[in-house]
Design a protein around this ligand. Sequence first.
Ligand SMILES: Nc1nc2c(ncn2[C@@H]2O[C@H](COP(=O)(O)OP(=O)(O)OP(=O)(O)O)[C@@H](O)[C@H]2O)c(=O)[nH]1
Length: 297
Amino acid sequence: MAYCENEFNQQLERKWLHRAFASMFILSLVLIVVLYCIFLPDLDEHIFLNGVLTDAINFLIVVAIFVIVQKANLSTTAYVHLSLGLTLWTAGLTFDLLDEILTQPLFIGIYVEDILRTAGMLLTCYGLKLTMADLKRTQQRLSKELTTDYLTKIANRRFFYQHMQQVQTQRFTLIIIDIDFFKSINDEFGHDVGDKVLTELAALYSKAFSQECVFARLGGEEFAVFVPGDDQQFAIELSQQLLAIARTIELKKQRKVTVSIGVSFKTANESLTEVVKRADQALYKAKNSGRDQYNLA
Ligand SMILES: Nc1nc2c(ncn2[C@@H]2O[C@H](COP(=O)(O)OP(=O)(O)OP(=O)(O)O)[C@@H](O)[C@H]2O)c(=O)[nH]1
């Protein structure tokens, strides 16, 4: 609710900002033309069409960029810098354009026109830099979101499979962990307690692995660990440790959480599908043999 209100206020603020910049943009151009007409009433004597076409094209290009900026979804800081920069730049170009049609006082050509254009260009450049930085931040956030599990904040299935694909020429150990009777935990204690068990288990397991291991939530109540190498003894010790960690999570009514584990070792020419299938089969055996245990494929 608070989020929606905030979003609404931001949209309202942006709408007014748009109106203010559009009005300022149009007014500044009209003002320059009007001032010319006031101070140079004998237009006929001054009109000469020298290079007007290229200046008109330059003018129209910057006006088009201004319109694009008004429609773009930018951060407020980037939007303000770009709009202000383009307004000043266009004001400079208006003097430049009128200069081709009318004779203007020297000080306008030397100071006003160039100062406005240069200040406008600098502000626009800075606005572009801010826009690029915003874009980079958005890309980084989206790519993190794409590979992170929304609930436990550990890596998700997409990240895990991408990682296995990248290192599929190496030998590795795949451990699949599945919480036992998770449906009954949800049914008995509620979905929020189920969520808490998932986050707590993910946090405890994250601390148990070294940097080279990749730990992810595959979905539902299923987790997976990628361990480089195919050391069987290490896999057994790690699985025992994972079983013990799960039992430390205590639910109400003295009920403890347990997990079942399936382990497979990737051989040199084996496909990813095959190694995942063998780990799944090992997990299935651990479940069928009474749960709270591991099985090696
Ligand atoms: N709280 C919560 N529950 C989830 C989530 N994702 C899946 N579940 C539930 O997890 C349960 C999985 O149940 P089952 O596949 O029957 O497995 P199980 O009850 O653990 O039984 P076994 O695996 O055979 O021991 C389902 O009831 C899903 O609704 C989640 O993000 N949060």
